[in-house]
Design a protein around this ligand. Structure first.
Ligand SMILES: *Cc1c(COP(=O)(O)O)cnc(C)c1O
Length: 384
C-alpha cells in the first residue's frame, strides 16, 4: 500500500528521540512534570457540565444537528461578541459552529485555496496552518515571528509577487507559542495589507479570554474593515476548559463562512446538539465562569515566572495565554536543552522548533499544572 502524496509530504517527526526517552523515564517510575501540553488540567465548570447532563436527555437532540450549527448556539455566540467586543454579528450569516476551531482552521483551506496558491503562515505557530494549507495543495509562505519585532509579522518582508498569489493570511493573537499580544494598530495594518492584496485573514482567537492584569485582548473584528477581509476563529476549549468537548465557531465575513459551510456540509454533520446547548449556556454565562479560570493561571504565572527569574532563568511574564516562551542563551539549542532538562530533572517542555522555524532558541512551558508542581519544577531546574 502506498500513502497519498498528501501524507507523504508531511514533515518527518523530529522528536522521536525525546518521546522515546520520555517513555523510558516513565517506565522507570520517574516522577515527570509535564509542562509541554496545551490542554487545561482543570475540569469544565460545574454549571456547564450540569447543563450538558440535562441536554443529553432531550430526545430532540438525538438526531442530526443542523449543518451550520443551531440558531440558539449562534445567537449566544453573537450575544457574547456584542458584550465582550462590542462587535455586532448576524447569527444566521456571520456565525458558523465548528467541531473545535482546529476543524474550521483546517477546512477553510478547502474553501479558498487552489493548488499553487500561497498561504501566509506565522512561524513558529500552531502547526495546523501549515499542514492544512499543504493538504489543500497550497504553498505555505513563512512569516517569521521574531522577538525583535515583538513576535508580530513584518508585512514589508512579503514581496508583491507573493502577496498577489496569497489567498489566506493566518494570524493568532494572543499568540501560541510566544504568548505575545497584538500591538495597538497591528490589526489595522493587517486589514490594510489584506485589502491591498485581496487576501482573506483568518484570525485564530483561541486565547482572547486567557489574559492577565485585566488587559483584555481585542477581537480582530473590532478593526474597521475587518469583516470585509476576514474571519475569526474562536474556541470554547481554552476559555472554559472544554478541549474534550470539541466546540468552537467562526465569525465574520459571510461569504467565506458560506464557503466553509459548503465544505463542512460535505465532510461532517455538525457537533452534537446537546454540546451546542451547553456551549451556548457557557457563552451566556462567560462573565461568571471565566474570571476564576484566569485567576488560576495568573497566580500560577506569577509564582512560576518569579521562581524562574530567582533561579537565574530570564523570562518575561506573559500578558496572555498559558504559555511561557523562554529564550535560551545563544549557544544552546532547544532540543538539546529539552532533552537535558528531561533527563536531569524529569521536567518536560516543548522545544521551540517543535512549533516551527524560528523556535530553535526557545522552549515553551505551559501553566497547565498546579502551583506546587510548577514550584517543584523550578526547584529541580535550579540544580541543573
Ligand atoms: C488550542 C488551540 C486552538 C483550539 O483548538 P480547538 O480545536 O478549538 O480545541 C486553536 N488554535 C491554537 C493556536 C491553539 O493553541
Amino acid at each position: 500500500m502506498i500513502y497519498s502524496k498528501r501524507i507523504q509530504q508531511l514533515p518527518p517527526y523530529p522528536f522521536a528521540d525525546l518521546d522515546k526517552k520520555k517513555a523510558e523515564l516513565k517506565a522507570q517510575g520517574k516522577d515527570l512534570i509535564n509542562l509541554s501540553i496545551g490542554d487545561p488540567d482543570l475540569p469544565t465548570p460545574e454549571p456547564i457540565v450540569k447543563c450538558m447532563q440535562a441536554a443529553v436527555a432531550k430526545a430532540r437532540h438525538h438526531q442530526y444537528p443542523p449543518y451550520e450549527g443551531t440558531l440558539e448556539f449562534k445567537e449566544a455566540a453573537a450575544r457574547w461578541y456584542q458584550r465582550r467586543f462590542n462587535v455586532r454579528l448576524d447569527p444566521a450569516s456571520e456565525v458558523l459552529a465548528l467541531i473545535g476551531s482546529k476543524e474550521g482552521i483546517a477546512n477553510v483551506h478547502y474553501a479558498l485555496v487552489d493548488p499553487g496558491d500561497i498561504v501566509l503562515v506565522p512561524t513558529p505557530g500552531y502547526p495546523v496552518y501549515d499542514v492544512a494549507a499543504k493538504f489543500a495543495g497550497g504553498i505555505p509562505f513563512n512569516m517569521p515571528l521574531g522577538k525583535n519585532k515583538n513576535f508580530l509579522p513584518d508585512f514589508s518582508l512579503i514581496q508583491d509577487k507573493i502577496g498577489r498569489k496569497a489567498k489566506i493570511m493566518h494570524l493568532n493573537y494572543p499568540n501560541n507559542p510566544t504568548a505575545a499580544p497584538a500591538s495597538d494598530g497591528f490589526f489595522n495594518d493587517a486589514v490594510h495589507f489584506a485589502k491591498q492584496h485581496n487576501i482573506m485573514i483568518c484570525h485564530d482567537a483561541a486565547y482572547t479570554e486567557i489574559y492577565f492584569d485585566n488587559r483584555k485582548p481585542k477581537s480582530f473584528l473590532q478593526t474597521p474593515g475587518a469583516k470585509e477581509v476576514g474571519i475569526e476563529f474562536h474556541s470554547l476549549s481554552k476559555t472554559f476548559n472544554m478541549t474534550g468537548w470539541r466546540i468552537g465557531f467562526a465569525v465574520g465575513n459571510a461569504e467565506v463562512l458560506k464557503g466553509l459551510a459548503k465544505i463542512k456540509t460535505n465532510v461532517d454533520s455538525g457537533q452534537f446538539t446537546a454540546v451546542q446547548e451547553a456551549a451556548a449556556f457557557a457563552l451566556d454565562h462567560a462573565e461568571e465562569l471565566t474570571p476564576a479560570i484566569r485567576a488560576t493561571y495568573q497566580k500560577r504565572r506569577d509564582i512560576f515566572v518569579e521562581a524562574l527569574n530567582k533561579a537565574g532563568f530570564k523570562v518575561e511574564a506573559p500578558k496572555a495565554t498559558f504559555y511561557v516562551w523562554m529564550e535560551l542563551s545563544p549557544e544552546k539549542t532547544d532540543v538539546q536543552f529539552a532533552d537535558h532538562l528531561m533527563r536531569q530533572t524529569g521536567v518536560i517542555v516543548t522545544p521551540g522548533s517543535a512549533v516551527g522555524e524560528g523556535g530553535e532558541n526557545f522552549i515553551r512551558f505551559t501553566l497547565t499544572a498546579p502551583e506546587a508542581r510548577l514550584k517543584e519544577a523550578v526547584g529541580r531546574m535550579q540544580q541543573l
